[in-house]
Design a protein around this ligand. Structure first.
Ligand SMILES: Nc1ncnc2c1ncn2[C@@H]1O[C@H](COP(=O)(O)OP(=O)(O)O)[C@@H](O)[C@H]1O
Ligand SMILES: [Mg+2]
Length: 397
C-alpha cells in the first residue's frame, strides 16, 4: 500500500485544451479518495494519468516516494478494478481471481495460497468453483476486487464502477465496496459523477469543474462549508436553493420576506448589495411544527406538494433579478443539470399538513445560510477552518 501524491498535474490533449488543469491532491496511505464532478470535468483523465494509461503533460505524480511519471502502467503496481462484467464467464471464480497470477506465470502453490487468502477476505470460499453468471451482483463485485487483491497492488482505482446498475443494486454494491475498502485498508481512488456515492464512500472528496479542482474536503466539510456556488449546488440532494438576497444590518431580504441573521454571519456580508443566498431544503420547516424558537419565518404560496411519508417536498416559485438569474443559469450549465432554479424546493417533516395552493408559514434556520458573490460564485460566509482545501480561494493574511 502507498500514498499517492498529485502535484500540479496538467493534461492537454491534441487540441491544447487542458482536460486536467493544475490539479494537486495528496492521497494518504489507506485513504478512500473520490474524484467527483459532472461529465467531462476530467475525472477519467486524471485517473488514467495516475494508472499510466494517459501521458502527463506537466506536473509530478508520486506513488509512495517514487516519481512515476515515466513508468509504464505495469510498473506502477496499481490495480484498476473494472466493472463486474469484466469477469470471464467461462472461468470459475477461482480462475477469475487467479487470472493476473497466471499471466505473471506464478507457480501453482503460490496462486493457490493468494487466491484462497483473497477468497477468505472476501467471503467467497464456498463459491470458488462456481461461474460468475451464477453469482449475485455483490458477489461478482467481490470477485473483481479479488482479482485486484491477489496482485498485491499499492492502490485500487475505480472509474464509475456502478454507473450501469439499477438503483437498488447500486446501493448494495456501494455498501459492499465501502465495507471491503475499510477491511483491506487499501488506498483507493474512485471516480464518480454521483454525489451520493461521493458522500457515502469518500474519506475525502475532490470536486472538479472543467479540469480545475474546486475543493478537496471531507463529505461533511463539503456539505457544511462549500467553497463556492458550484460545490454548493453539486453536493446535496435535493440541491441547495439559491435566492437573490440583500443584507441590511442583520436582516437578510429574500424574495419572500426578511429573515434575521446571526451577527457574525451578517457582518461578513452586510452592505455588499445584491448577493446569492444558499439554503438547503432541509433547513426549512413547516412553522406550525416548530416551537417558534428556531429563527425566522416567512409566508409563501406553495405551488406543489409531494408527500413521501417520512418527509414532504414543497415547491415555491420565485422571481430572480437578471444578475442573479444569469449566474444561476450558468450554474445549471456547469452542473449539467436541468432543475428549474427559480423555485424553492423545501423538505418538510412528513407530519406537515401544508396543501398545494396554500399560503403557508415556513421557518428557516438562518444560521445555516450561505452567501455567495454573484460575480465570482465565491462563498463569502465559508468557515475556512472547516472547509478542507479550496484552491481558488484567497489565502487569508
Ligand atoms: N482522447 C481524448 N482526446 C481529446 N480530448 C479528450 C480525450 N479524452 C477526453 N477528452 C476531453 O477531456 C475532457 C475530460 O474528459 P474525461 O476525463 O473523460 O471527463 P470525465 O471522466 O470527467 O467525464 C473532456 O472535455 C473530453 O472531451
Ligand atoms: Mg469519465
Amino acid at each position: 500500500m502507498a500514498s499517492i501524491s498529485i502535484q500540479h498535474l496538467v493534461k492537454k490533449y491534441g487540441d491544447g485544451f487542458p482536460a486536467v488543469n493544475d490539479v494537486s491532491i495528496d492521497i494518504a496511505d489507506g485513504e478512500f479518495m473520490i474524484l467527483v464532478g459532472p461529465s467531462g470535468c476530467g475525472k477519467s483523465t486524471l485517473l488514467r494519468m495516475i494508472v499510466g494509461l494517459e501521458d502527463i503533460s506537466s506536473g509530478d505524480l508520486k506513488i509512495g516516494d517514487r516519481r512515476v511519471n515515466d513508468l509504464a502502467p505495469r510498473d506502477r503496481n496499481l490495480a484498476m478494478v473494472f466493472q463486474n462484467y469484466a469477469l470471464y464467464p467461462h472461468l470459475t471464480v477461482y480462475e477469475n481471481i487467479a487470472f493476473p497470477l497466471r499471466l505473471a506465470k506464478k507457480d501453482n502453490a503460490e496462486v493457490d495460497k493468494l487466491v484462497k487468502e483473497a477468497a477468505a477476505t472476501l467471503e467467497l470460499e464456498e463459491h470458488l468453483q462456481r461461474k460468475p453468471g451464477n453469482l449475485s451482483g455483490g458477489q461478482r463485485q467481490r470477485v473483481a476486487m479479488g482479482r485486484a487483491i491477489v496482485r498485491q497492488a499499492d492502490a485500487f482505482l475505480f472509474d464509475e464502477p456502478l454507473s450501469n446498475l439499477d438503483a437498488k443494486l447500486r446501493g448494495q454494491m456501494r455498501t459492499e465496496i465501502s465495507r471491503l475498502q475499510k477491511k483491506l485498508g487499501i488506498t483507493t481512488v474512485y471516480v464518480t459523477h454521483d454525489q451520493t456515492e461521493a458522500m457515502t464512500l469518500g474519506d475525502r472528496v475532490a470536486v472538479l469543474k472543467r479540469g480545475i479542482l474546486q475543493q478537496l474536503a471531507t463529505p461533511r466539510e463539503l456539505y457544511d462549508n462549500p467553497g463556492n456556488l458550484f460545490v454548493a449546488g453539486f453536493i446535496g440532494s435535493p440541491p441547495m436553493n439559491f435566492l437573490p438576497v440583500e443584507v441590511d444590518g442583520t436582516s437578510a431580504k429574500l424574495p419572500f420576506g426578511s429573515v434575521e441573521l446571526p451577527a457574525d454571519k451578517a457582518q461578513k456580508v452586510a452592505g455588499r448589495g445584491l448577493l446569492i443566498a444558499g439554503i438547503r431544503p432541509e433547513h426549512f420547516e413547516d412553522a406550525s411544527l416548530t416551537d417558534g424558537s428556531g429563527g425566522s419565518t416567512f409566508q409563501a404560496k406553495v405551488d406543489v406538494v409531494e408527500w413521501l411519508g417520512n418527509e414532504t417536498y414543497a415547491y415555491i416559485p420565485f422571481e430572480a433579478p437578471p444578475e442573479v438569474a444569469k449566474q444561476l443559469h450558468q450554474l445549471e450549465k456547469d452542473l449539467d443539470g436541468e432543475a428549474m432554479r427559480t423555485q424553492l424546493v423545501i423538505t418538510l417533516d412528513g407530519a406537515s399538513r401544508i396543501k398545494e395552493g396554500e399560503t403557508a408559514e415556513i421557518s428557516v434556520d438562518a444560521s445555516k445560510m450561505h452567501f455567495f458573490d454573484p460575480a465570482t460564485g465565491e462563498n463569502l460566509t465559508v468557515d475556512p477552518a472547516n472547509a478542507g482545501q479550496i484552491p481558488g480561494a484567497a489565502v487569508p493574511a
